[in-house]
Design a protein around this ligand. Structure first.
Ligand code: NAP
Length: 248
């Protein structure tokens, strides 16, 4: 049984989808969870309430993590309130899909900033705390698109491939202080992010997936829980796919 009692976890973009499942799972295993959100306060509060109803501990904290100052203030705020930060899950993400000829510069900037810069912003602030503690777990939610690419997602795939480089470099940098940094690459998981796209490609995706189904947020959160726990203490710099074998 994974035990995260006494751990403080920050999950970015935890008001919906995969982030909400991660927050709930970490809390169910004993962690106190900070549920970060950007615009959706009501949804974040629902996650906090669900955790509390299950006997867990959580608070919601607003921040646009693509903004360096806000992300730094978020991490500092967590540390100020809880005096520790054990687990950072860089999950916040977005898409602005289009073929390159039609993609606007703003679509590139928004996706790179929301997906990649946010992870760097939060990791930079968290690494300072975790290195001092001589303990920490940073888990980056990348994507199979960052490994194999995807037509119509030059911005998204680049941001997710960037997260993989960030993961490997930071793992080398802060491993000596007992902080692990890993990435999880989900395949297709039905959420607000993918519902439109999945309407068109659901059957094809399932056919290309050896396990013949789409993923669930809980498929991803189960691996986050393991990577966050003490027993995963010798795993760092890895990119682990949770995709039913779609990208092999
Ligand atoms: P989602 O349902 O659209 O949820 C996105 C979350 O990110 C929301 O909680 C949103 O907050 C938050 N967010 C967006 N921009 C933010 C910002 N600037 N600052 C703080 N929070 C922000 O997405 P999802 O499908 O759960 O995806 C979660 C992660 O998994 C993303 O990194 C995504 O790229 C990755 N992923 C997803 C899939 C998939 O198939 N779903 C596959 C591979 C990887 P608000 O609610 O406040 O807007």
């Amino acid at each position: 049984m994974i035990d995260l009692s006494d751990k403080i976890a920050l999950v970015t973009g935890a008001s919906r989808g995969i982030g909400a499942a991660i927050a709930k799972e970490l809390a169910a295993l004993g962690a106190t969870v900070v549920v970060n959100y950007h615009r959706n306060e009501a949804a974040a509060q629902q996650v906090v309430d669900a955790i509390a109803a299950n006997g867990g501990a959580a608070v919601a904290m607003q921040a646009d993590v693509s903004d360096f100052a806000q992300a730094t203030a978020l991490v500092k705020g967590v540390y100020k309130q809880f005096k520790r930060l054990d687990i950072l899950v860089n999950n916040a993400g977005t898409t602005r899909d289009n073929v390159i000829m039609l993609m606007k510069e703003k679509d590139w900037d928004d996706v790179i900033n929301t997906n990649l810069k946010s992870a760097w912003n939060c990791s930079k602030a968290a690494a300072r705390i975790m290195m001092k503690q001589r303990h920490g777990r940073i888990i980056n939610i990348t994507s199979v698109a960052g490994i194999s690419g995807n037509a119509g997602q030059t911005n998204y795939s680049a941001s997710k491939a960037g997260m993989i480089g960030l993961t490997k470099s930071l793992a080398k940098e802060i491993g000596p202080r007992n902080v692990t940094v890993n990435a999880i690459a989900p395949g297709f998981v039905p959420t607000d992010l993918t519902n439109d796209l999945l309407e068109q490609v659901r059957d094809t995706v399932i056919e290309l997936t050896p396990l013949r189904r789409l993923g669930t947020p809980e498929d991803v959160s189960a691996l986050v829980a393991f990577l966050a726990c003490d027993r995963a203490g010798f795993i760092t710099g890895q990119v682990i796919s949770v995709d039913g074998g779609m990208v092999l």
